[in-house]
Write a new protein. Structure first.
Lengths: 232, 232
DNA sequence: GACTTAAACAAACATTTGTTTTAAAATAGA
DNA sequence: TCTATTTTAAAACAAATGTTTGTTTAAGTC
């Protein structure tokens, strides 16, 4: 099929896309060095040479994969935030948005708009100081932190910048941990997969910790009997 | 020199140990697949064949490295806990031990009894579901969680098992995040290395969040004007 | 000193790696 | 149809990989 002007890198429908998806999954699971182009080609149902034909090199394919994932995540975050956060943000709205944000993030570990390996790939990249760290900083880490800090500031105007940043890291750290340490946690819980019940208790806990620490709860430290907050 | 009975694996003083240390550092930094035995040998100042001579294979060297690191970490944790936690634990002692624990863990990111790459290597292993996950579970993840949960239970007898576990993950998550996401955090902070000042504020924050959430602080939620909390 | 053995080393090994080449197949436009 | 271009496929490539070999060095034993 010789007609696509190759202007839009995403206009490819077939092999190229399959390669990106296969490579992404393998990179996320085993890392760059432990994944061979032959594995990628096999999983994508393509020829070995296809990698170099479409991406010129394995390393370039890696960059393309990260680019692709970042694009997807950015798009989803945009719509999600637009979905959660009203245009003009009142303080109670910010509090509610914060609650929904925590809930959504944790719940994405069992079901999400995006494939599970997206986040794992980014986690991998973040830990290794690879050249892809820059785009990840600009398109994922920084905007995520920024969005969270904005919500926190709107919910708690009395917070200083430093306190806000520390809170953002505390919330993110608690949440990410369940993704990062998924295997050990599941092993100790003797589960094969995160259960809805388990994640619900995690959400309730992190929410309680956060809101209590921020002074946003009505009943200071007392823990709710049933967790009756639903929303969405 | 043919005289060492090879009974004690740690009795080796020279090449074998250097190989383990070099390999560990490289594995921790770049991962298994991105590290070649030649790199390892070069860094250890040894011959390429030394790896196979002493460890029979690269993969076996990897196992040996993890074993070694786990041993070191276990030993340090034992003495550290014995140092912190009194034999018979009163509630106020548990609270204080908890405080010291958080402080020590965070501060280990800038200076520690153990080389920095130990924890990074374990973090790497935890994220990839490698065969070394089992020993890591038994010698690191589970005992660490257990120790933390014991302290929490002693400090807050009213906590249920599930609440205790959730708190352990919350504390661990917050702490580990600063190791896991070290690069991005430092980039956004425009620092080359964690500063004492920065880590002090992190310790203060995590401690405040934890103690406030657990109801262990004297002044419930009120935040200090200047962050005058000192301790230690 | 003869003998043994652990260790180190350089060289070569076989395999796997990413990549290139070459040609055939597929597709679109004339 | 013919032609041009893109895509696929098999094979081969050079480089790098993990590993093995044969030899040498040094230390301990008789």
């Amino acid at each position: 099929m010789g007609r696509r002007p190759k202007l839009l890198p995403d206009s490819n429908d077939d092999t190229r896309q399959r390669l990106i998806l296969a490579a992404g999954e393998l990179f996320a699971e085993k890392g760059f060095g432990d994944t061979s182009v032959r594995d990628i080609a096999r999983m994508a149902g393509a020829n070995v040479a296809a990698v170099n034909y479409h991406f010129t090199s394995k390393e370039n394919l890696y960059l393309e994969v990260v680019r692709f994932v970042l694009g997807q995540m950015t798009a989803v975050r945009r719509t999600a935030m637009a979905d959660i956060v009203p245009a003009a943000l009142t303080q109670p709205q910010a509090v509610e948005a914060l609650r929904v944000l925590i809930d959504r993030e944790i719940r994405s570990y069992v079901s999400s708009d995006l494939p599970r390996w997206y986040a794992r790939l980014i986690l991998r990249c973040i830990m290794s100081k690879s050249p892809v760290l820059d785009p990840i900083m600009e398109q994922a880490f920084r905007p995520n932190r920024q969005a969270l800090m904005s919500l926190l500031k709107a919910a708690c105007p009395h917070l200083s910048d430093e306190e806000t940043r520390l809170w953002a890291y505390s919330i993110t750290g608690q949440i990410v941990f369940y993704n990062f340490a998924r295997e050990p946690i599941l092993l100790l819980a003797r589960e094969k997969e995160y259960t809805e019940k388990f994640l619900r208790s995690v959400v309730a806990h992190i929410t309680r910790v956060t809101f209590s620490g921020l002074g946003l709860d009505k009943h200071p430290v007392r823990r709710p009997k049933k967790q009756a907050g639903k929303k969405s």
